[in-house]
Design a protein around this ligand. Structure first.
Ligand SMILES: Cc1cc2nc3c(=O)[nH]c(=O)nc-3n(C[C@H](O)[C@H](O)[C@H](O)COP(=O)(O)O)c2cc1C
Length: 449
């Protein structure tokens, strides 16, 4: 089934493999996409994925996370993005733009700014975001954020994308409102299961007004939050304890999925966990060295960030490693079983995400009706020609992705690429491959030769 076409609304996909969101430092500091962004995206299209879901493109003018990620908070960002989309469209590949807002857990910034702490409520989150504590948004700020999403949605269409995805996952702002572990609001945006959904509902309604009903819209949704993973300290403790400890479970998310269907959403993109990166969303190892680098890079921004970096610097690795690795392990197709429940509950097209790499496993997932499509990030970063490898009948590439998770932890610091040295013959070879990702198009290279 991998090579069977599939349709979502009016979008035709030539096969069932999508490139999942991969963000990195491929834009300028103001959020304008650079030619590195275009070249990076184009390479996946060239290599036969049926569609690409963009990095999380920020709807907020100040919050970009991390830095040099793209933005769609102003009309001036549309044209450069449309050039990148045109490059992808020279191949038979659909381009879906994912929009989002990191809210109170914005990972990093050049300078400390209050905007990076704005969330549904006041809370302290040790692992995510650089601010020591978040700040509860006023109703006016919520309205502004809803409008930011709607305006960014309009720009997605104007840029020539084939579809729009709104991320309600990754612990970003919508996820913060959905999550009972952090949302303590007493107004119409917090409290009951329905009230926590209100923010997302308002975003969808406003966005649809600006984008139109004929434009495909999907939602990236976690299927269960597992708030207790990774080893996290999130305060204050909220009651009931179940909501604070687990977050939303599959039960609440299936309920939300039905509401999303009623709102006219065209597909669901299912992952797991709360926060980026987390062991359910990126099943594999905890990248200790890379997280150390990242936490050190923003330790000047707050007391929490300084303590966090210092602890990782001071505690010996033989103690840190087992603690930080709690909950981290590779699970193939981690969200596939839950994806099936979303399909059954809503009848909507469902994309499963996380831990796919083997051809036979993907085939089985599709054949058993657990998902309609599969989205991959790390395996395609390791082997961009994976679709071709599958077409040749191979189950796995010769040097598969090891799920070491160095690549997502590197995104705030380094160029995009695979950083698992064990997959290369030398450091030079690894760096060469990384630089190739953002290098100019093949046509330009051949013109110069
Ligand atoms: C380098 C890198 C950057 C990522 N950037 C984003 C992002 O901007 N937005 C997002 O929603 N997910 C992002 N992800 C998560 C992936 O889309 C994907 O859900 C995750 O890696 C699990 O899928 P996989 O097992 O196929 O890698 C990123 C992952 C990687 C490896």
């Amino acid at each position: 089934m991998i090579f069977e076409p599939f349709k979502i609304k009016n979008l035709n996909f030539k096969n069932r493999i999508l490139r999942s969101s991969i963000g990195g430092r491929t834009s300028y500091y103001d959020g304008t996409v650079s030619s590195a962004f275009k070249n990076f995206e184009k390479r996946f299209a060239q290599n036969d994925v049926a569609g690409i879901i963009s990095a999380t493109i920020s709807v907020h003018d100040k919050r970009t996370s991390p830095m040099e990620y793209p933005k769609l908070s102003d009309d001036r960002f549309v044209k450069p993005l449309s050039e990148a989309i045109k490059a992808v469209h020279t191949y038979d590949c659909r381009y879906i733009i994912q929009i989002g807002d990191t809210g109170g857990i914005t990972h990093t910034s050049l300078f400390k700014q209050k905007e990076d702490s704005m969330a549904c409520s006041n809370f302290f989150d040790f692992a995510y975001g650089y601010h020591t504590r978040t700040h509860e948004m006023t109703l006016e700020e919520i309205e502004e954020t809803i409008n930011n999403f709607a305006e960014a949605g309009r720009r997605v269409r104007e840029a020539g994308a084939d579809g729009l995805e709104i991320t309600a996952s990754k612990g970003y702002i919508i996820h913060q409102f959905l999550n009972p572990g952090v949302n303590a609001r007493k107004d119409k945006y917090g409290g009951s299961v329905d009230k926590r959904f209100q923010f997302l509902e308002d975003i969808i309604l406003e966005t649809k007004k600006k984008v139109g009903n004929d434009f495909p819209i999907g939602i990236r949704l976690s299927s269960a939050d597992y708030n207790y993973l990774p080893l996290n300290i999130r305060l204050p403790i909220r009651f009931p304890l179940k909501g604070w400890y687990f977050g939303n479970t599959i039960k609440e998310y299936l309920y939300y999925a039905k509401k999303l269907k009623a709102l006219g959403i065209d597909y669901l993109h299912i992952d797991m966990g709360y926060g980026f990166i987390n062991p359910k969303g990126n099943p594999g190892d905890f990248p200790l060295h890379e997280m150390k680098m990242f936490y050190n890079s923003n330790r000047h921004l707050s007391g929490k960030a300084w303590i966090r970096a210092s602890l990782l610097n001071i505690i010996p690795e033989f103690i840190l490693n087992p603690i930080m690795n709690i909950g981290w392990k590779y699970v193939p197709g981690i969200s596939a079983d839950y994806s099936k429940l979303f399909k059954e509950e809503t009848g909507l097209p469902v994309i499963a995400n996380g831990g796919f790499q083997e051809r036979d496993f993907i085939e089985q997932t599709l054949q058993s009706g657990k998902a309609d499509m599969v989205a991959m990030a790390r395996p395609l970063l390791a082997n961009v020609n994976l679709v071709d490898i599958f077409r040749q009948g191979k189950n796995l590439p010769d040097k598969p992705c090891t799920h070491c998770n160095r690549c997502p932890a590197r995104t705030p610091l380094s160029p995009l690429g695979c950083y698992d040295l064990s997959r290369f013959n030398s450091q030079d070879e690894m760096e060469e491959q990384i630089m190739e990702w953002s290098a100019g198009s093949d046509e330009r290279l051949s013109q110069n030769s």
